[in-house]
Design a protein around this ligand. Sequence first.
Ligand code: IMP
Length: 231
Amino acid sequence: MRIIFATHNKNKMKEVRAILSDVADSIVAKSELGIDFEPAETGKTFAENAEQKAVGIREYMLKHDMLEDDDIIMSDDSGLCVNYMLGMPGIYSSRYLGEDTSYDIKNARIIKELQYAEGDERAAHFTCNICAAFADGRIYHTEGIFEGLIAKEPKGENGFGYDPILYLPEYGKTSAELPPEEKNKISHRAKALHQMHDLLLPMVSADGHVVPQDKEVALSEPPFREDRRPQ
Ligand code: IMP
């Protein structure tokens, strides 16, 4: 079984390999197969965007005669959702205030938007949705959430993006002040990847092939679906 992950990000690939290594014979980034196609992301949710990317790459591979029976195309979509801003920047996290705007500016703006918010009003979380599109058409999603509060000032040098402004009360630190190994254990992406690991494990036979859909092992929990999201 081969997992093709739709990303260019080397750190993401490291994390994916570390968590999913025992479910797949090989885990490659799409670029390692020479795929530079970028499917459009026009969804209204993280799940829709993750699915558009995974299904888009699956269709590309099928069209170019690259798809093998045991392939699983995987993709993720993440972002920061700020309650006080009605969930913004959300799926627009990388595009918020413009794709080329620095995170110093994006983070300062979010802090300013919350200048009158106190306590729980500052609640925010990162979300990561992962979609797995099987060669035979099956589609599964998992989703992880990493909760905190918007800090009153950015702090920390680790991580990237909005990490300096997500304050984690139980650690007394922002996400950017956590050592990367620590963040990688508790992040939204790690949670979604661990769920995906547990979901895929019963679908892979001992000889490394994907178990056909009609022989699929019953799951103790139904796979995550956007319309079944807990309220
Ligand atoms: P992606 O879907 O993983 O590429 O994430 C989209 C955007 O969400 C990133 O460009 C960041 O702005 C934001 N984001 C996602 N995950 C994180 C994180 O772990 N830390 C900080 N920002 C993040």
